[in-house]
Each structure stands twice: as structure tokens, then as C-alpha cells.
Design a protein around this ligand. Structure first.
Ligand code: ACM
Ligand code: ZN
Length: 616
């Protein structure tokens, strides 16, 4: 052992002794707005009482009680009462006077009692934080004492789940909604119609599902191979209105709003396969539900009145099912080829004195907006709805880049930031050659998600108010099973929740990746959900030049092990188990390679991280 090693070890000892003396930081994700950690713990005992004052607070007490029963086997008494009853108690204080839009809560944890207060939503989030704080220590079930005052940065915190390319069981949709709620996300944007499948039962137009929900095959190879690779296996399915009502109610209980998306005027091949007369020209079709991924030229005819009658009928049923303030009408990637040569579309352009087909799209969206507004709802659409003039009350989902969102905010429209460059979760999250098949060109590792600030610089204070939130998109061309969706969603969801809820200055990426996320992944690891196991903390795929190297690694999942070798093959459990820093000393001209893998308690593995060391 050399001197430097002894010194380093001494330093490490001092550092660990210091951190032991400190109160451990509770691992809450997303990080609360303010959290003052205090000495001591509140211990949950069989005699702990949950106190409530009214029906809403009784419900939140019951939610916490069922969590404790399920996870820790203790049945807690719940009774109406006041926080001053002198017992070891948790008091759920409903403050109904706060506005519905207020999602804030206060959570005060002392050794003798806990008080959580807020309106119904705030109380729900307070309980989510409490559930994250519960820990087991030497048989004790306890929560670290702390004063927490919390509220979200953004009102809109969502994911977009596409079920057009592939469809998933109701149980899976519910499991996603549960995870959203756990991380204080509040929007599930449900992309229900695509060229490749119509997924929502519409009573008035049964062929939408009997025909439009099924395709003859699916593309199985990569996007760039789009002329080949159809599997010729019939594929399809849809959600019945009963299933949808059940899911909407499930989401409501968890304070998640489901925003349905009915794509128009493009991405409508499945609807046209069912009702070809809605396309351009005198005798359109026949069409088939699309099999290759991509964009299709056949779209709803903007000249025919029966297109609008159809869409208004569909939207009427949709609005009966979904109580959301916003209805998503798509609006993206609508080719204008057919409109250019359609006599009905051209007549519409002439009659309405429109400049071109972009203004025709704008006419289309504005007309739909007027209808949706007449039912007391608002539309939101992908950023192409800016082209040709934005509908007066529409909100914009900025997906192609950030600039479109800036443009919309400057026009005083509300904006949800969903740029593909940062929050498209269909993009890969690691080395392309090692990651599962994913869409085209994009690369959105979790670090990039966490670093994304949804409010762009360069907006005035007033314009910034129009950035109402952030949303990640899960397009599913290459996600034929819900397992793959899970792999693409977790743990990027946790980073998304952090940027959606937590103010920028409170986001500490080292604390997120090294302290909090490992605890959350350890919990996820005990469930049946798949997730992408991050590589060891402290190393990355890179080349380092020098003579001596000291490599320290940390498990990204609490309780996981790291194995490594220098031989070049993928690391596995028969290799060296990492338990102390690795030293590498190179002769002149020598090079070495370190490969390391994480294996979690449930046996899940990370993709190998490879580091090269060269002494030139
Ligand atoms: C989109 O990704 N086409 C909105
Ligand atoms: Zn037409």
C-alpha cells in the first residue's frame, strides 16, 4: 500500500464519518420547493392514529393507511378528530378554501405527530411525499422529521402515450397513471388515433374500430428501412367506452387529467380506411390501415362538409367521455398534396379567400376549435397549428423545437414544451448499438432530460407565464410491448417530474443521480416493472489519457452490485466485484480498457460502460 492510498483512505473515512453524523437527506422526487430536515423521526406504531376532519381528508387518510398496510403490514386506526388530541397522530387537514388550481401542501413532521395540509390535490401530493419518506430501520417504520412547504413550478406536467402504433392493456395504462401520480405529474395525454390504428370506440361510427382498429401487418425493422420489414401479422385492438370511463375515473382519483387526442387533419389513414368518403376527391379510396411507419398523403378533406360533421360527432362522444379542459386535436405532419388537387378543397380556399393550403389547415383547425369552444372546452395541438394562423384560443405543444413554443408564447398563447430534442422518450438513452431498437436519429439520455429548462430564455416575464408546462412523448413505433414502453419511460420519468415540479435553482443533479434516484430505483426494482438500469455512477464511455488513474464507482440503484474487468468482454458477475477504488497505472505506450456492469437485487443489468485508459 502506498502513501497516497493511505491518505486517500483516511480522507474517505473522515468523509464517511462526517456524513454519518449528518441527518441523511430524504430521497423525495421531485425535490420539494422547501424542505428543512430536522433531528429525529416520527415512528409509525400500531397505536398511531390517522385523524381527518371531513370526507376529502378521510379519503387521503385512507390512502396513506392502505399504503402502510400493504407495504409494512400495520393497520392504522382512522378517526375524525383534531390535531390536538395528544396521541401519536397524523393529522390530515383539508383546506377547501384554496382554489382548485392550487396544488400546494404543507407537511410538518415532528417526533410526536405529523400534520399535512392542503386542498384535495395538495393533500394528495402531501401524502405522496409522506409515502416516499417512509423508511424501515431496525424494524421501525419511520419518517425523517422535516418541515416541507411545497408547490409545483408548472401547472401542466405530462406524458403523451401513443397507442396508435401499438396498443397496451388497460392494466398497463393504469400502472402508468399510478406512476405519474407518485411523481406528482398531472396529465396523461392519450394519443388515441393514428394512421396505424383507431383506438377509441365511437358509437356513431362503428367502422372506426371494426375496420380502423386493425391492420394487416406491422413494420418490424428500423425507420430508415421503411420499404421492407412488414411482419404480415394482423394487429389491432381498441378501448371500449366502458374501459375509457373506468380509466378516466381511475386517473381522477389520482389527480391526473387525461387529455384525449383525436388527430386531424393528418395521420388519419385508419379513419379513412373505415370511411373513405372523408378523403379528398369524388371517389376516394379504398384505403388500408397503415402498416409502414411514417407520414401519409391521404388526409381528411378540408372541403367536404361531411368531414366536419364526422369530426364534430366524434368529438362530441370524446368530450362526453373525457372531462378535461383541453382536447388535443393533433395538427402535426399534414401533407397538403391531396388538398392541392382536390376540387372541394380548392373551392373552400376560394370561398374563404384563403391564401394557400396552409391557411386551409388553419381554417380546418379554427373551425374545429370553434366547435370545441362551443362545448366549453379548449383545444391544444402540435406546433404546426401555428402555420397559416393560430386558432384564437388554442394552446400549442411545441414538439419540433423550442422556437415554435417561443413564437406561440409571444403571440400570447399557452404553450406546453415537448421538444423532441429533450423530452421525446422514443429516442435512445444510451449507445445506439447497445440499446434496443428505437426511432431515427434522436438521443435523449436522462441527464439531458434533467438539464432541460422548459421555460426558454429570451421571453419577457409576461411571455414566460404562457409556458404552462412540459410533456414527454412516447411514440410507440418501436415499442410493441408494454415492457419496452417501461424501459423507455423509467427512469426518465423521474427526471421529467423533477423539471416539471421543481424550480430550477432547487435541482441539484448530483444529489438527484447519486442520492435520490438510487433509492427510487431500488424500490422500482422490487416491482414487476422493467426499467433501464443506469451504468455505474462515476464512470462513462470515454477515453482518459495519463499515467495513473483512480476510479471510484457507485451503484445507481441502492443495493445493486458493480462488476468489472480489464479484458474487453462484457462484464458479468464472475468478474471483479467493485468494493473499493480501482487503481490503474500504465507504462508509456500502454493502454487498458475497463468494462463495468450494474446488476440490481432483482437481477436486472445495465448496459456495459467502457472506459479506455491510454498513456501515450
Ligand atoms: C409528432 O411527433 N409528430 C408530434
Ligand atoms: Zn379535399
Amino acid at each position: 500500500m502506498n502513501c497516497r492510498y493511505i491518505l486517500t483512505s483516511l480522507l474517505l473515512l473522515i468523509v464517511s464519518a462526517y456524513s454519518l453524523a449528518q441527518s441523511p437527506e430524504p430521497g423525495v422526487i421531485p425535490m420539494p420547493a422547501t424542505m428543512v430536515v430536522k433531528d429525529g423521526y416520527f415512528t409509525i406504531a400500531p397505536h398511531t392514529v390517522l385523524l381527518y376532519t371531513d370526507e376529502p381528508s378521510k379519503k387521503k387518510a385512507a390512502l396513506f393507511a392502505s399504503f402502510i398496510l400493504k407495504n409494512h403490514g400495520v393497520a392504522l386506526a382512522q378517526e375524525k378528530g383534531s390535531k390536538n388530541n395528544g396521541k401519536n397522530s397524523i393529522y390530515f387537514s383539508h383546506e377547501p378554501r384554496r382554489s382548485d388550481k392550487d396544488e400546494s401542501y404543507t407537511l410538518l413532521i415532528d417526533p410526536a405527530n405529523i400534520v399535512v395540509s392542503g386542498n384535495e390535490t395538495g393533500l394528495f401530493y402531501g401524502v405522496q411525499t409522506m409515502m416516499q419518506l417512509v423508511e424501515r430501520n431496525n424494524g421501525n417504520i419511520r419518517l425523517k422529521c422535516a418541515d416541507i412547504k411545497d408547490q409545483p413550478r408548472f401547472a401542466y406536467r405530462g406524458i403523451m402515450q401513443d397507442v396508435g402504433y401499438h396498443i397496451y392493456p388497460v392494466s398497463f395504462i393504469k400502472s402508468q397513471i399510478e406512476m405519474l401520480a407518485k411523481y406528482k405529474m398531472n396529465v396523461y395525454h392519450w394519443h388515441l388515433t393514428e394512421d396505424h390504428g383507431w383506438r377509441i370506440e365511437i358509437k356513431k361510427y362503428p367502422r372506426l374500430t371494426s375496420v380502423g382498429a386493425y391492420r394487416a401487418g406491422s413494420q418490424v425493422s428500423h425507420y430508415i428501412d421503411s420499404l421492407s420489414g412488414i411482419d404480415h401479422i394482423p394487429y389491432g385492438g381498441f378501448y371500449t367506452q366502458d374501459e375509457i370511463r373506468d380509466i378516466v375515473a381511475f386517473a381522477k382519483e389520482r389527480h391526473v387529467t387525461i387529455i384525449p387526442e383525436i388527430e386531424l387533419p393528418g395521420h388519419s389513414m385508419a379513419a379513412l380506411a373505415a370511411y373513405p368518403q372523408l378523403a379528398c376527391g369524388d371517389k376516394p379510396g379504398p384505403f388500408k390501415v397503415a402498416e409502414h411507419w411514417g407520414i401519409y398523403d391521404d388526409v381528411y378533406c378540408a372541403g367536404k362538409e361531411n368531414t366536419f360533421k364526422f369530426l364534430e360527432d366524434v368529438l362530441t362522444e370524446v368530450m362526453e367521455l373525457f372531462p378535461s379542459e383541453y382536447i388535443h386535436i393533433g395538427g402535426d405532419e399534414c401533407p397538403k398534396d391531396r388538398w392541392k388537387v382536390c376540387k372541394y378543397c380548392q373551392k373552400r380556399i376560394k370561398d374563404q379567400q384563403l391564401k394557400d393550403e396552409f391557411e386551409l389547415q388553419s381554417y380546418f383547425v379554427k373551425r374545429i376549435e370553434k366547435f370545441v369552444n362551443s362545448k366549453g372546452r379548449k383545444i391544444i395541438g402540435w406546433d404546426e397549428i401555428l402555420e397559416g394562423g393560430l386558432a384564437p384560443n388554442a394552446a400549442v405543444m411545441s414538439w419540433r423545437n423550442i422556437e415554435e413554443g417561443i413564437k406561440a408564447a409571444k403571440q400570447q398563447h399557452d404553450v406546453v414544451m415537448a421538444p423532441q430534442t429533450h423530452v421525446y422518450f422514443d429516442f435512445i438513452q444510451g449507445k445506439r448499438e447497445l440499446e434496443p431498437l428505437a426511432i431515427g436519429w434522436g438521443y435523449n439520455p436522462i441527464e439531458k432530460v434533467l438539464a432541460f429548462d422548459p421555460t426558454p430564455a429570451g421571453l419577457s416575464k409576461e411571455e414566460k407565464k404562457h409556458i404552462i408546462g412540459v410533456e414527454a412523448a412516447i411514440w410507440t413505433e418501436h415499442m410493441d410491448t408494454h415492457r419496452k414502453v417501461e424501459y423507455m419511460l423509467y427512469p426518465r420519468l423521474m427526471a421529467l417530474a423533477e423539471i416539471a415540479w421543481t424550480r430550477r435553482e432547487r435541482i441539484d443533479s448530483v444529489n438527484f443521480f447519486e442520492q435520490r434516484l438510487p433509492l427510487h430505483l431500488a424500490e422500482l426494482d422490487t416491482t414487476d416493472k422493467l426499467y433501464r438500469v443506469p451504468g455505474p455512477i462515476g464512470i462513462k464511455d470515454t477515453t482518459l489519457y495519463g499515467v495513473e488513474f483512480r476510479i471510484e464507482m457507485k451503484a445507481p440503484v441502492t443495493g445493486a452490485k458493480i462488476y468489472y474487468n480489464f479484458e474487453g468482454q462484457d462484464a458479468r458477475e464472475t468478474d471483479f466485484l467493485y468494493d473499493k477504488p480501482v487503481y490503474i497505472v500504465l507504462h508509456k505506450g500502454e493502454r487498458r480498457q475497463l468494462k463495468a456492469v450494474v446488476i440490481t437485487p432483482s437481477g436486472k443489468r445495465s448496459i456495459n460502460t467502457t472506459m479506455y485508459f491510454i498513456n501515450l
